[in-house]
Every structure is written in C-alpha cells, then in structure tokens.
Design a protein around this ligand. Sequence first.
Ligand SMILES: [Zn+2]
Length: 400
Amino acid sequence: MKGLYKPSYLQKKAYDFKKVFIGIFILCIIIFMVVMNWTRLNLLVKGYDFSSQNIILSLSKDEREDYLHGDVIDFSKWDHIQNQEHYYDYELYQKSHQNESIEEVITYVDYLYKHQGQLETLGYQREDRRKLMIKLSLDDFKSIIDHQYFYQDIIQYINVNGCVIDDIDQYIASKKQPLDAVLSVSYPFIDSQNKINRTYQIVQPDHYLVLIKKGFMIHEEDEPKDLVKVAIPNAPDNESDLLRKDAADALKNMYDDALKEDMHLVLNSGYRSYQQQKDIYDEYFRIYDEVTASGLVAEPGVSEHQLGLGVDLTSQSVLDGERMVFGDTKEYQWVKKNAHRYGFILRYPPERSKVTGTTNEPWHLRYVGKDAAKEIYEKDWVLEDYILHYGFSYLLKEKE
Ligand SMILES: [Zn+2]
C-alpha cells in the first residue's frame, strides 16, 4: 500500500521541515557571527569605540582578557606614542605613580615586558609582577634580575613596607624575621641613638602614623589637603592655627572636655609649611651654631608640624604669667593622662629623648588616631616603639 497516495498532513510536514531548516540556518549564521565577534561585542558593551576594539583585538589572547575584565582604558593617552602596546599595565602602573610622565611609565613597563621571560624563570608570574609594580622601582627590578633573586626567596622581605632591594643580601645574612631584618638593616636610626647613614623620603605623607624625624623626610612640596582652622583659643603670637581635619576635630573635643574640668588649653602652633619651618630654622641657625640649632628646632622637611598632625599647646595660666611653662601646669597633667582618648600622643617624653632624638617637649602632641594612641599610651611607648613593633604601614623610599 506504500506510496499509493500522499496524505495532506504529510505534505504539510515537508513544508514545515523547510521552514525549520531555514530557521536553523539563519540561527547558525547569527550564532556564528556572535561567536566571531563576541569579544568585539563585549568590548563595545564595556564602552570601547571601534578603533579601541581594533587595538585590543590585535593583542595576544592573555592581554585581551585583561581588557575584557579590567577597567576601561583611555587609548588616546598611549596610542600616539611609539610603544610596545602594554596599555593595560601602563595604566595600572600610572595609577600608583601619578607624578611620573607618560614616557617614564612606558620605559618602566616596557622594561618589564622585555624581561618577563627572565622574571618568570625567577618565579615572578605576571600577576606577581603587577603587584610588585606598586612598590618596586625600575632599578629594583634591574637589581632582582642582576642578582637572580628568586621570588620565593625574597617576597617575604618585599612584603615589608620599606624593603630596600639592595639590602636583601644583608636581610638574608641577618637570619632575622623579615620585619626585624628590614628595620634593623635599612632603618637602624628609627632609634635616634643609632647613626643616620641614609635619608628616606616618605611616599605617603598623608598617613596618620608617619614617622618623621632626621633620616625620614617628606618632600618640600608635600602639603596636606585637608587643613582646617582649629576652633580653640589661640596664643596671641601663633601664626599657624591650621591642622588636618581629623586632628583639628579631635583637638576641639579635647579642648571642650578639658574646659569642663576647668582646664584652659590654648593652641600655640599647628601646621607649618616647609617654608615656615625653614624660616624658623634659619632664625635659630643665625642665633646658635648648627648643633644647638638642630637640637632646638626641627630642620625643614622633618618637622611633625609639616604633617599637619603636630601641635604645640600652652595654657591660659602660662599666657597670664601665672606659670612659666606648660610642663608646670595642671593642664599638662590632664593632657598627659587624657590625650590618647582623642587620638593624640605626647610625642617627646623626657625619659625617652634618646630614642626620639628630641629633648623633652611637654607641649608637643602628635595626632596618630585613637587606636594607635591608646596602644602607645597603655604600653608606655613612643611612636618609634610602635614602628619597631608593627613596621611602616605606609610606603617610603631612599632619597636620591
Ligand atoms: Zn611642636
């Protein structure tokens, strides 16, 4: 009976098959096109224009991944310069080195790419190397390659802020724990009893725990961005009534609470610019010899007042002539006991002057934030002890 007649429902089915086939064919073409341009579509969605997409599509698969998953990059900044196309790393490096020129950024990153093979042999994978770009200079990387320092042998030292690559042999020889090795080899003069044989520049002067003293300087042009007027009474001859916002607020709170107990604190000096500090220093220098002058006033670049976190206090009783110096007042006794509750420490206590390198300055307080101030107070430390215990929580580099 087969093939004798073709029922109508079968005719319809053949027609449907044709339709479905065409549908699948078109779908395949669409899928094919989407797959072929998937990267391009993703880049478009991310916000890259057509010419930027072309640049990215011309890179290696690994690099393309960075652009698909990372932040959007402004190619116009990099593309016009003769370079080796590691735009993603240029941008990454520039983020943490904003003062460097585009040429410097390119020199740095291109060097790393040129030596990526050598670095990988030493155990520095691309992601490791990227993390290290924040801390290490070009010379540091050159030194690593020259000395053939393996990643796993030195990463524990590099992870300590302030690690000096050129000192690594000494760290290893010291057989000390990484933090102790770095601090004792490269920073022995945190304790002022030890000789200063180098000078470091603080890279992050905004940090509240910055140790600033001989051997640890801030840059001449560093100036806190959040300076405000301190809302407490001022000594008549005080020309610096600014502090960083948090320190100013804390001092105001301290002043208010002291007043409730009939204590009358007065601001004698707050923030000083490099130039103001220099003028004061030059004045002392004219009157005394260098040794005496530098014992009495901090050299420009190493004064806590330049951080906007150092403050000199006095009291109404001193201004009225009832007391000779702040150290003899009841206000001083109160401050000594309470300052830490507001985030301040007595920076230069008499019994620790050998370590701080500054003779007794009962009037000088330093804002470090409440947590550190509490710990320093309770353990009877000075800031130097805190740094020796925890290390630097900010970056610093050897001054050229
Ligand atoms: Zn002071």
